[in-house]
Design a protein around this ligand. Structure first.
Ligand code: RIB
Length: 293
């Protein structure tokens, strides 16, 4: 039987509009193709796990509303266990306002809503009960909850994969408990105190090593269309991305993490898992939406 992957994180309804180019501050522009589709970094990772035939279980929080129901339905359709998703009356389901420009690049604003109600105790309990082999984390639920989940999973011997998105400073204790850290460039810069700086490709190995020095066992630095850079105790190497015509980059990183976990759960080694995840992420970029792609 395949190893179970537990995903602790956010579920958001994404409200998406397409534009020619992203607006500047204070500018009003006209867009087209408005739609709403299931998203949220946690749920997107879970959806990728399910669509790629992984055994996945989602732990999160939704509001008692129609968006929450749609998000549950999307995960169930992907084959994900959802009995760890709690509905609360305290907040509406999380939502994200997403603008996608012609080049496929996006801007995202998240209103956390019910995601902020996910508590440390319930994730500890869920992990203790499910005993997953892999835990997928991101940062759209309270940091105390992420820290509790990482600690519990580590104590049980699970592999902990953290996508440090959206960017925020993290404690040394959390980073030292992570097996695989998967930041993008801006998240990497923030973790290293280099905010506002652009990383050139020839600086990537140094940046990846500096991230490794923060405590995780392995770093997979996401470089968008350039691919990823892997660094751990034994190696430092580039894995180029598949070349595709981008339509919408939303959730490519989420899909990467879900696919990485599935490949590792199937017993593939890190290099094979990264190649597989690169292919899955490239496919999502060729289609609109988060879970839809
Ligand atoms: O990573 C993409 C996701 O970020 C979107 O689906 C949106 O909900 C935000 O969480």
């Amino acid at each position: 039987m395949q190893a179970e992957i537990l995903i602790v994180g956010s579920l958001n309804m994404d409200f998406i509009v397409k534009v020619g180019s992203l607006p500047r501050g204070g500018e009003t522009i006209t867009g087209w193709g408005f739609t709403n589709l299931p998203g949220g970094k946690g749920a997107n990772q879970a959806c990728a796990v399910g669509r790629l035939d992984g055994v996945g279980r989602m732990v999160g929080c939704i509001g008692r509303d129609v968006h929450g129901e749609e998000l549950l339905a999307s995960l169930r359709a992907a084959g994900i266990h959802t009995n760890g998703v709690r509905a609360t009356s305290a907040e509406a389901t999380g939502s994200a306002l997403i603008t996608v420009e012609r080049s496929g690049q996006n801007q995202i604003i998240v209103a956390a809503g019910a995601n902020q109600c996910l508590e440390p105790g319930e994730v500890r309990q869920a992990i203790a009960t499910a005993h997953p082999a892999f835990l997928l984390l991101q940062l759209e639920v309270p940091l105390a909850t992420v820290e509790a989940a990482a600690r519990q999973a580590k104590a049980q011997g699970a592999v902990v994969i953290l996508d440090p998105a959206p960017s925020q400073p993290l404690s040394a204790t959390l980073l030292q408990g992570i097996d695989i850290l998967t930041p993008n460039e801006s998240e990497a810069c923030l973790l290293l105190g280099l905010d506002g700086i652009t990383i050139e490709l020839d600086e990537t190995p140094r940046v990846a090593r500096a991230l490794l020095a923060l405590g995780p066992r392995c770093v997979v630095l996401k470089l968008g269309a350039t691919g990823v850079w892997l660094v751990d105790g034994n190696r430092s190497r580039h894995f180029p991305a598949r070349r595709v015509e981008p339509v919408d980059v939303t959730a490519a990183g989420d899909c990467f993490n879900g696919a990485l976990a599935v490949a590792l759960a199937e017993g593939r080694n890190m290099e094979q898992a990264i190649r597989f995840a690169n292919c899955a992420a490239a496919l999502t970029v060729t289609r609109c939406g988060a879970q839809a792609s």
